[in-house]
Write a protein that binds this ligand. Structure first.
Ligand code: DC
Length: 251
């Protein structure tokens, strides 16, 4: 059953947790942490900070769909041509991590955060053949644990057995506001909030209604509503959820 975070309960759980449980050295060792949710829910900031705090790797799977869309456009490939785009994904050499997004030797970290690539990535992500390739690669990248992976289908498809599954959400207005003030996104610069909100709603609709792995809440995920919550509080809440997760044998 999906759980929803109740902030006060987590704080109480933390203060009441016995020391032995907190200090179990294996508790935080090489877990697989899935963070899913719609655009602008705060996944990137939260996943990056949580990975840094735990000394884990952070993998942004949205950046992989974006980089494939960028490369396909570079090669003049029609983005609706599923098999050609899947071939780009298959051949691609990725170098991801610590904010780096490199595909086939091209550093695209900035180039993939534009309105054109927002749309192109959504088109590319609809193709089952592209998803098959990228899901397999994401699975390989996360193998062995010690990873915080963010996306739309991490807890449902990529790592259905993840140790911790978080679904971050926020109201559409708040998500649009965050996206509009995100310096990494060129779509935000000078854009009207209403335009950002419209584009976001369109992408949400596409991501949630596509046939292949639509954005969905895993039944065993904890939903964290970040509306009106400062991001550093969200980060602490997520870390608390990780520390207090049920052990595999008492789940
Ligand atoms: O999170 P983002 O906005 O960078 O993602 C870019 C696109 O890729 C967006 O349309 C959602 C899609 N995506 C996906 O379908 N599955 C993922 N695991 C990650 C992103």
């Amino acid at each position: 059953m999906t759980r929803t975070l109740r902030r006060r309960r987590i704080a109480e759980d933390n203060s009441e947790m016995d020391d032995a449980r907190l200090e179990r050295p294996d508790r935080l060792d090489r877990l697989t942490i899935a963070i899913d949710g719609p655009s602008g829910a705060g996944k990137g900031t939260v996943a990056r900070a949580v990975a840094a705090r735990l000394g884990y790797r952070h993998i942004d799977t949205g950046a992989m769909y974006r980089a494939v869309a960028w490369k396909a456009r570079q090669e003049g490939i029609d983005l609706t041509d599923e098999s050609r785009v899947a071939a780009v994904a298959e051949r691609a050499v990725f170098d991801l991590g610590s904010g780096r997004v490199v595909i086939d030797g091209h550093d695209v970290a900035a180039a993939i955060r534009t309105p054109e690539i927002d749309r192109a990535a959504t088109t590319v992500a609809r193709h089952p053949a592209v998803r098959r390739v990228l899901v397999a690669r994401q699975h390989a990248l996360g193998e062995g644990g010690g990873v915080v992976m963010e996306g739309r289908d991490i807890g449902t498809v990529v790592f259905p057995d993840a140790d911790v599954k978080i679904y971050l959400d926020a109201s559409p207005e708040e998500r649009a506001r965050r996206r509009a003030s995100d310096p990494a996104h060129t779509s935000s610069k000078g854009a009207q909030l209403s335009d950002v909100a419209t584009a976001l709603a369109e992408r949400d609709r596409n991501d949630s209604t596509r046939a292949a792995s639509p954005l969905a809440i895993a039944p065993d995920a904890t939903v964290v509503d970040t509306t009106g919550v400062p991001i550093d509080v969200v980060i602490e809440d997520v870390l608390a959820l990780i520390r207090t997760r049920p052990m595999t044998d008492d789940r």
